[in-house]
Design a protein around this ligand. Structure first.
Ligand code: ZN
Length: 205
């Protein structure tokens, strides 16, 4: 199988392979689409999968799209999909975001493990520690846009949070940094658990 690194070539090969019913070539292009492009260009893979009516690839790409913003992003390939296909992707992302959003609440709908982190010191608002409310305030907008984003534990979010820890005597003694990998693991698990059964609507695809 050739290793094509330009998604437009995959598109052209798919055009021909489907037209001339070259089953094997279609399958090889499907493998390439998910293997080479889904991680970095999931939105483009979704649009290509819709254009060529590739159901499984559309599903995989839609799932990968949960890591990146979609709404308001322009791509030339948008011209090749229907309004319904675009709507379904946004709807899927929206439903997943809503399910993940509830994770950040501190009431009974939030995950049980929150208690491990947020109330150890009470230097912030509502009896929470300051670093915790800082983390939530930065993580929530990301979660609402990209429910499976990897950005929750990247420097832009980590540094301001750790800065809160550094500025507070009480929190410095709580060894938050040691817990950070545990928080990352538990949060990812929880997001996965609450969103994995949400399906992209592909009826009539
Ligand atoms: Zn504190």
């Amino acid at each position: 199988m050739p290793n094509i690194e330009d998604i437009q070539i995959v598109d052209k090969v798919l055009d021909a392979a489907i037209k001339y019913e070259m089953e094997r070539a279609v399958q090889e292009m499907c493998v390439l689409l998910t293997r080479n492009f889904c991680e970095h260009s999931p939105f483009r893979v979704y649009m290509l999968a819709c254009k060529h009516k590739l159901k499984e690839e559309a599903k995989l790409a839609a799932k990968a799209c949960l890591r990146v913003p979609i709404a308001g992003v322009f791509m030339p390939e948008l011209a090749s999909i229907s309004g319904l296909e675009y709507f379904r992707l946004l709807d899927y992302q929206n439903k997943t975001s809503l399910a993940a959003d509830a994770i950040m609440t501190l009431d009974s709908s939030g995950p049980k493990f929150w208690g491990l982190f947020h109330t150890r010191s009470s230097c912030g608002p509502q009896g929470m520690s300051k670093w915790w409310s800082q983390f939530i305030s930065l993580a929530l907008p990301i979660l609402r846009k990209c429910p499976r984003s990897n950005a929750f534990f990247e420097p832009a979010l980590l540094y301001p949070t750790l800065d809160c820890v550094a500025q507070c005597q009480q929190c410095r003694n709580e060894s938050v940094i040691k817990d950070w990998t545990l928080l990352e693991r538990l949060l990812k698990q929880e997001i996965h658990l609450r969103t994995e059964n949400i399906e992209l609507d592909l009826s009539g695809f």
